[in-house]
Design a protein around this ligand. Structure first.
Ligand SMILES: Cc1cc2nc3c(=O)[nH]c(=O)nc-3n(C[C@H](O)[C@H](O)[C@H](O)COP(=O)(O)OP(=O)(O)OC[C@H]3O[C@@H](n4cnc5c(N)ncnc54)[C@H](O)[C@@H]3O)c2cc1C
Length: 262
């Protein structure tokens, strides 16, 4: 099992390889064990809905959620064992009732996917957060959003909560037939959909309708390798680095072409 924890901190730096990364990972595990209990909060899964073979929609309730100030785009981290945490994005955060919802895409049998698949109503969930992740300026009026199944919830949170924003979504999908009903459920049916690896077409579509200004941004989220490829193509189409916000959610660790460079 590959560990994606390193992706959850730095999204724009070149990842450290070998010894350095192992030490970083050990330090994180020690910090998690020592400091974790101070910041983690206990909550309960109240419902866990299977939307399709790979999508689970979890509703989690916790007292601490009533006190937290969540900004759409922020993440939570679920503690799955002493040294394993996984990040998920609240699609909604109801402070009054202390209820948080998150849409999980289960790509395989990693600890996060197994938790999402098996969490029963009434089961405990140990949560850290909300914590910083994607930050959008309040000045923004237009966002062009690219992502994948792991960022449907993020797109929904942005669209639902920033009503002043015009959000146009472009998603790459492993299985279009599986994604479509889920996107409809989350009011994202107007999105433009692609199968995997259509980077040039996606970049052209994004660039075509985009007007560079201080109130518009392109958000590239989801899979690291797709973000790298699309961003590269966007540059060749004249899009400026300052127009792009990157938020990596996952990636193939050993792909030498997938590294994000500053
Ligand atoms: C800030 C942040 C917010 C996130 N929010 C969400 C969210 O709301 N919903 C959501 O579904 N995910 C979200 N993710 C992504 C999720 O945390 C990762 O996909 C995580 O790796 C899942 O853990 P796992 O234990 O299931 O798999 P891991 O054990 O971490 O990975 C196992 C293997 O699967 C591969 N892999 C990981 N993710 C995918 C994928 N999506 N498709 C195909 N292969 C994959 C890995 O490269 C690895 O080889 C978020 C990530 C971050 C950083």
């Amino acid at each position: 099992m590959q560990n994606l924890f390193f992706l959850q901190k730095k999204t724009l730096s070149i990842h450290k390889e070998g010894k350095g990364k192992n030490i970083m990972s050990k330090v994180k595990n020690v910090l998690l064990k020592v400091l974790g209990p101070l910041f983690l909060s206990e909550s309960k899964v109240v419902s866990n809905e299977r939307l399709s073979p790979h999508f689970q929609f979890l509703t989690i309730k916790g007292k601490s959620f009533k006190k937290s100030e969540w900004i759409p785009g922020q993440k939570i981290q679920v503690r799955l064992s002493d040294d394993i945490m996984r990040s998920y994005t609240p699609s909604s955060w109801d402070r009054q009732n202390g209820v948080v919802q998150t849409l999980v895409y289960m790509h395989g049998k990693g600890p996060g996917a197994l938790w999402a698949r098996d969490a029963k109503p009434g089961s405990k969930a140990t949560i850290l957060g909300p914590r910083g992740s994607l930050v959008l300026s309040e000045e923004l009026k237009e966002v062009v959003f690219f992502g994948d199944e792991t960022t449907f919830g993020l797109a929904y949170a942005i669209k639902e909560n920033f009503k002043q924003l015009s959000v146009r979504c472009f998603f790459e999908n492993t299985d279009l037939r599986e994604s479509k009903p889920v996107l409809e459920r989350f009011n994202l049916q107007d999105s433009t959909l692609y199968t995997l690896s259509q980077y040039d077409i996606i970049a052209s579509d994004i660039a075509r309708g985009y007007q560079s200004s201080t109130t518009s941004k392109i958000v590239l989220s989801g899979k690291q390798q797709s973000i790298v490829a699309i961003r590269q193509k966007l540059y060749t189409l004249g899009i400026l680095p300052e127009d792009i916000i990157v938020k990596v959610y996952w990636g193939w660790k050993d792909d030498p072409n997938g590294k994000l460079k500053k």
